[in-house]
Design a protein around this ligand. Sequence first.
Ligand SMILES: [Zn+2]
Length: 392
Amino acid sequence: MASNAIFIHHSDSSGYKFGEEHPFDPLRLMLTIDLLKEVQALSEEQMEAPPAYSEDELLPLVHRTDYLAAVKQLSEQALLEDSSTLARQFGLHTEDTPYFPGMHKAAVTIVNGSVAAADAVMAGRTKHAYHLAGGLHHAFPDRASGFCVYNDAAVAIKHIRQTYGAKVLYIDTDVHHGDGVQWVFYDDPDVCTYSIHETGKFLFPGTGFVHEKGVDHGFGACYNVPLEPYTEDESWLESFNVTLRKVIAAFEPDVIISQHGCDAHAYDPLSHIHCSMRIYAEIPAIIHELAHKHTDGRWIALGGGGYDIFRVVPRAWSLVWLTMIDHPIAQAIAAGEAPLLPDSWLKRWASISPLELPSKWLDDRADIEPMPRRAEITDKNRVVQRIVIQDI
Ligand SMILES: [Zn+2]
């Protein structure tokens, strides 16, 4: 009997770290796993480390060989004097994505994790698989971008196409447009990319507009839902429900891969969307429902962005897993209750967290300041919804 859900994790993914001051902090992984263990929602039997796949087979599915060679070279401790020229050429000499020792190995570990999650689901060992460290959606075939070196999501999708021939729906709810994955599959009619994010008019990477719909045979297998800055829960969830349900019914995928960046939260320092933890309870619930309705349950979930690492990420990422396994906490939230976070977890991390930790799984209404112009923002998002679904 196949188990219901598998949690893929490798401790080496914590080596994916750009530096002490960089916002992309692997401590997020530990905080989330610690929280899940604290509520007894994650057992050793459910956790699996990915196998070491053949790099030479997997990485070139997406990445160019000259880029791979550069990443390997820049990962060596003893850097050559001309390394900055090489780094600049491949997007690894920026403040966002600077090269670091061990970068190749850590990024490969993350790719392996997402491919292992894909294999577990596609081979029928489990219905759902979750790989927290994955979701590095900005990496391009020939360059690093936006904290992302290798595009694990795109590699996993290519692997699914090549090995299982399944039609893939990629759902990206990170506040930043899932550009790297979109462009890799832009002409592919069997991979549908869907991204809901803060409009590129104001936020990195500056793309993801409604008119980006794919090219050649891939036209119509790419959807973008760019939202207004300061969008709140209700309008965010309306935009997601109205568009995603149409897309999945029309595309009829065999499997869903979702990217769970949780940087659309009002506390996130890198964006302007103003949502609460409510959307991070509802997003996995909606995707879970859609997976059972449309893909026989086949669902692979990945992590992604999220830069309020104490107050937002552990709760949001735990909720993906709690939803996957139908945990009582997820059920209580769905029933409208307001369960508390475990005291022991709060005590353990309170002294390290720079800000006061929330006491509940969901935010209280009073915690998130309401936005002026709500009606105007909701109207603008409705215009986007209408354009997105008009031809479906
Ligand atoms: Zn992001």
